[in-house]
Design a protein around this ligand. Structure first.
Ligand SMILES: NC(=O)c1ccc[n+]([C@@H]2O[C@H](COP(=O)([O-])OP(=O)(O)OC[C@H]3O[C@@H](n4cnc5c(N)ncnc54)[C@H](O)[C@@H]3O)[C@@H](O)[C@H]2O)c1
Length: 338
C-alpha cells in the first residue's frame, strides 16, 4: 500500500468551502461538543519560541497542536501554527500555518493543507460560539480590536451569530487598516473605523480583542457593566476585567493557565484564579451554559485548540476529494524497511 497524501494549497481549501462562516461556526461548535462528550484528545499545544525558547519576548514561534478526533470523524492530525512579528512590515501574513492529517489506524499521512485561512476562520468562529452562548440577544453594538487578518473574519463571525448588530466599531492603532476593513464591508455591514478605544467601548454590548498588543490597554471602567468580553490573544485587558466578571468561560483551562504570558496564567500562578472559577467551552456547549440574564458581565478567554483545526481540515479534505482538488503526493513507492 502506497501512502497517498493530498496536498491542498490555500486556493484549494478556499474552493472546498473554507470561507463559509456558517459552516465553520457549525464545525467549531461540533468540535467543542465532541470534546465535551469525551470523543477528542487535545493535549495542550507546545510552543517553540525563537531565537530564545524561554524569553518573555520573541521574534517568531512555531507551535505543534496535535489532536485525535473519534466519533464519525475518526482522524488524527496536528496544526503547525507559526507567527512572526516582523512579517506584517514586510507585507507578509503575521500567522502562517499548515495542517497535517493522518489515518489513525495505519497512521499513514493522508493530507497536508494550508492552515493559514483556517486559523483566521476558526479563531473568529470560536469567538462566535462564545458570543452565541454569552452575548445578550439584544446586542446592537460590537467593538472589535485589531483590524488584521483575524479582525476581518471576526466581523464575519459576529454578524453571523448576532445578526441584530447594527454597528461594529473596528479599532486599530493603524487608522488605514481599520478604514480598509470598513471599506471592504461597506454596503454589507455597518463597520465604523476607529482609533480610540473609549469611543468604541462606550455603547459596546460585545467586545472582542484580536490585536498583537504586547501589554494590557483596556480598562474595566470603559466597558458597559453587562457586556460580553472576548479575549482571543494573551492579554489585552487589565486584570479586573477578568477578576470582576460574573462568569468566566475559557476554551481550555490547562492550556490557558500554563501558557507563558496569558492573563489567566498570571492570575493562576498568583493563586487568584482556579479551575473552579471558570467553565470550559466543551461543558458550556454540552450543558448549554452561558448568560442567564441581561445584567451579567461575562469574560471569555481563548488561546485556540488544535482539534477545531483538525475537524475543519478533515471536512475540507473530504470536500476536496469530491471536487477533485489538490495535488497528489506519495510518501514512498516501496518502504525500504518493514
Ligand atoms: N485565540 C486564537 O485561537 C488565536 C489564533 C490565531 C491568532 N490569534 C491572535 O490574534 C491576534 C491577531 O492576529 P492577526 O493574524 O490578525 O494579526 P495581524 O498582524 O494581522 O493584526 C493585528 C492588528 O492588531 C493591531 N494592534 C496592535 N496593538 C493594538 C492596540 N493596542 N489597539 C488596537 N489595535 C492594535 C495591529 O495594528 C494589527 O492591525 C494575535 O495576537 C494572534 O496571536 C489568536
Amino acid at each position: 500500500m502506497v501512502p497517498e497524501i493530498l496536498f491542498l494549497k490555500q486556493e484549494d481549501v478556499i474552493q472546498a468551502g473554507l470561507l463559509d462562516m456558517k459552516k465553520i461556526l457549525e464545525a467549531t461548535e461540533k468540535t467543542f461538543r465532541l470534546l465535551g462528550e469525551g470523543k477528542v484528545s487535545n493535549p495542550p499545544k507546545v510552543q517553540l519560541r525563537m531565537p530564545e525558547m524561554d524569553a518573555d519576548d520573541w521574534d517568531s514561534y512555531c507551535m505543534s497542536m496535535p489532536s485525535y478526533i473519534g466519533g464519525d470523524e475518526d482522524v488524527v492530525g496536528f496544526k503547525w501554527a507559526s507567527e512572526a512579528k516582523a512579517n506584517p512590515s514586510k507585507g507578509l501574513p503575521y500567522g502562517v500555518d499548515i495542517v497535517v492529517l493522518s489515518d489513525p489506524h495505519t497512521v499513514f499521512p493522508k493530507a497536508i493543507l494550508d492552515g493559514t485561512i483556517t486559523t483566521a476562520m476558526r479563531t473568529s468562529a470560536a469567538a462566535g460560539v462564545m458570543a452565541k452562548y454569552n452575548a445578550r440577544k439584544n446586542s446592537k453594538v460590537a467593538a472589535l480590536f485589531g483590524a488584521g487578518v483575524i479582525g476581518r473574519t471576526m466581523i464575519m463571525a459576529m454578524m453571523e451569530v448576532l445578526p441584530g448588530l447594527e454597528t461594529i466599531y473596528m479599532v486599530d492603532l493603524d487608522e488605514k487598516k481599520a478604514q480598509a476593513l470598513a471599506d471592504e464591508f461597506k454596503g454589507t455591514y455597518h463597520v465604523v473605523p476607529c482609533t480610540d478605544a473609549q469611543t468604541a467601548l462606550k455603547d459596546a454590548d460585545v467586545v472582542v480583542t484580536e490585536t498583537t498588543a504586547a501589554k494590557p490597554f483596556l480598562k474595566k471602567e470603559w466597558i458597559k457593566s453587562n457586556a460580553t468580553v472576548i479575549q482571543m490573544e494573551a492579554a489585552s485587558y487589565e486584570e479586573d476585567v477578568l477578576t470582576g466578571a460574573d462568569k468566566i468561560f475559557v476554551d481550555n483551562w490547562a492550556q490557558l493557565s500554563h501558557y507563558n504570558g496569558t492573563l489567566e496564567g498570571k492570575l493562576y500562578h498568583e493563586g487568584r484564579l482556579n479551575q473552579e472559577d471558570v467553565v470550559e467551552m466543551p461543558q458550556m456547549v454540552v450543558e448549554n451554559l452561558g448568560r442567564e440574564n441581561d445584567d451579567e458581565f461575562i469574560f471569555c478567554g481563548t488561546l485556540g485548540v488544535g482539534s477545531v483545526d483538525i475537524l475543519i481540515a478533515n471536512m475540507l479534505y473530504k470536500e476536496a476529494q469530491k471536487l477533485g482538488l489538490g495535488t497528489k503526493l506519495t510518501l514512498w513507492d516501496n518502504p525500504l524497511w518493514v
